[in-house]
Design a binder for this molecule. Sequence first.
Ligand SMILES: NC(=O)c1ccc[n+]([C@@H]2O[C@H](COP(=O)([O-])OP(=O)(O)OC[C@H]3O[C@@H](n4cnc5c(N)ncnc54)[C@H](O)[C@@H]3O)[C@@H](O)[C@H]2O)c1
Length: 256
Amino acid sequence: MKDDISKVAIVTGAGQGIGRAIAHRLARDGFAVAIVDINADALDEVKKEIEGLGGQTLALKADLTKLDDIKKVIDRAAEWGQLTVLVNNAGRVIITPFLEISEHEWDAIMTLNLKTVFFATQFAARHMQNGARVINLSSISGRSGRSDQAHYAAAKCAVISITQSAALSFASQGITVNAVCPGVVDTPMTTGIHEIRASALGITPEESLARMVAKIPLGRLETTEDVAGAISFLCSPDASYITGQSLNVDGGMEMN
Ligand SMILES: NC(=O)c1ccc[n+]([C@@H]2O[C@H](COP(=O)([O-])OP(=O)(O)OC[C@H]3O[C@@H](n4cnc5c(N)ncnc54)[C@H](O)[C@@H]3O)[C@@H](O)[C@H]2O)c1
């Protein structure tokens, strides 16, 4: 028997960064938000924040590289109420030159960024009804090659493909599937990237990030709210005729 909750949105990787902002935004939009993360302490914080603002949350700790964990959290969220939105946000990057990427590193990147997205979508779609939405986090790294993150770029490119295949698979059920490709977002992931790039170049992380920001046509670092706003739109009634699309939300870095 379902709890008395009407519209449930699952946000994976909601403990920090973009996922946290998406969880806040969807709670403000009126969704009951099932927040999922491997970091239980971070989840507790986000749960308190959202409940403090009057939102409803269910915090589910899971290691989303494990199929059993993916299934458990999706089934639990679907028991909580009608599963209406899945945001596949959890992801990770490792900065390594092409020639140094190991099999272990390849598998780790492909698992969370790609396999998890596929199976979470498969498990969630079984619970979804007409009008439901799946949103996947791809990246501008999925739009063109990257010399120091070839595996990550390949996974994010494949997320665009899975988005299209899922959109075709579920269109007849009225479920839309879209992706968002953020650019350079102010999160712990970006901080980590520029610490590594800076040490390779012998500059400070701040200089490394500033060089990247200088390449953004809109001239500023992306905020987590910039991404959350686009996802809010894709979950809204105004986006009901959009499916299979991958939307660059990147200040103009990619224009395809
Ligand atoms: N930060 C950027 O500039 C940027 C740009 C483009 C795309 N993205 C994508 O956006 C998404 C979010 O990025 P972010 O910058 O907020 O990342 P982040 O590293 O700041 O946060 C990721 C969250 O995922 C959680 N997580 C990691 N492994 C997990 C696992 N096995 N199971 C469950 N949760 C796990 C972490 O605990 C963390 O809370 C990712 O898919 C990322 O690839 C980020």
